[in-house]
Design a protein around this ligand. Structure first.
Ligand code: FMN
Length: 223
């Protein structure tokens, strides 16, 4: 798969087969992502690659915490759930398409709660990644993490694997920090599921719409 093909084929997968991802393959993907650029080459990314018993324990403890202490669900660093247009509409369009495929009707809070909780099972993927960053760094370094994550997603895709980035993992950071021994001077920025897509699941047929080039690009100075 060349780069264009990988860019076009990558999409967020939210149902995985249980087939394991060999350690060597995970390492190969990360060896490529290591080559990602970063501002002044500080390479701020840190990542926990979680499989097997640790993954099981992380899932179990986060879900147990979520059941009993929902108030702890805020992200550790500032985030907002308030969005203005056009973002609200885009978000709702995605949600409508996804929940439609899952057969979850609008307003079914219990089903919603359950489905969102699947984030903390890494959507059954055998491997989860938890990205962290030094708290001293600023927003520019969060960009570097994003670039690093995209490198992982593309390297995975070109090897027949799928991914789903998961901001959901910066909630319940107290539990994640404890289970993975993440130092107190690092933020838990994001998570990611990694594995093989379960193509029988309707949710994986979701194609998230994209806006046309003209809606975001302003060209200057071309003849
Ligand atoms: C930083 C980031 C965080 C995300 N967090 C979540 C998440 O917590 N749960 C989820 O199901 N999808 C999550 N996504 C996936 C997005 O919903 C998805 O990338 C977007 O709808 C575009 O669809 P596509 O990835 O299939 O092209 C996240 C994506 C990014 C880039």
């Amino acid at each position: 798969m060349n780069l264009d093909e990988a860019l076009k084929a990558r999409k967020s997968v939210r149902a995985f087969r249980p087939d394991p991802v060999p350690l060597d393959l995970a390492r190969e993907i990360l060896e490529l992502a290591r080559l990602s650029p970063s501002g002044t080459n500080i390479q701020p990314w840190k990542v926990h690659i979680v499989a097997g018993e640790t993954r099981r324990r992380l899932e179990e403890e986060v879900l147990a915490h979520r059941e009993t202490r929902p108030a702890d669900a805020n992200a550790e660093f500032p985030r907002t759930s308030k969005r203005k247009e056009p973002y609200t509409t885009r978000m709702r369009t995605l949600g409508k398409a996804m929940y439609g495929l899952l057969g979850i009707p609008k307003g079914d809070e219990a089903a919603n709660w359950h489905q969102w909780g699947r984030n903390y099972r890494f959507f059954d993927a055998p491997v989860g990644l938890i990205f962290t960053i030094d708290k001293d760094l600023d927003a520019m370094s969060f960009l570097d993490i994003g670039i690093f994550m995209q490198s992982i997603m593309l390297a995975a895709k070109s090897r027949g694997l799928d991914t789903c980035s998961q901001g959901a993992w910066n909630n319940f950071w107290t539990v994640t920090r404890r289970v993975l021994n993440v130092p107190g001077d690092e933020y838990i920025v994001c998570g990611m599921s990694l594995g093989y897509a379960d193509e029988t699941q309707a949710v994986n047929t979701l194609i998230a719409e994209r806006e046309p080039l003209e809606s975001f690009a302003t060209f200057h100075g071309f003849a």
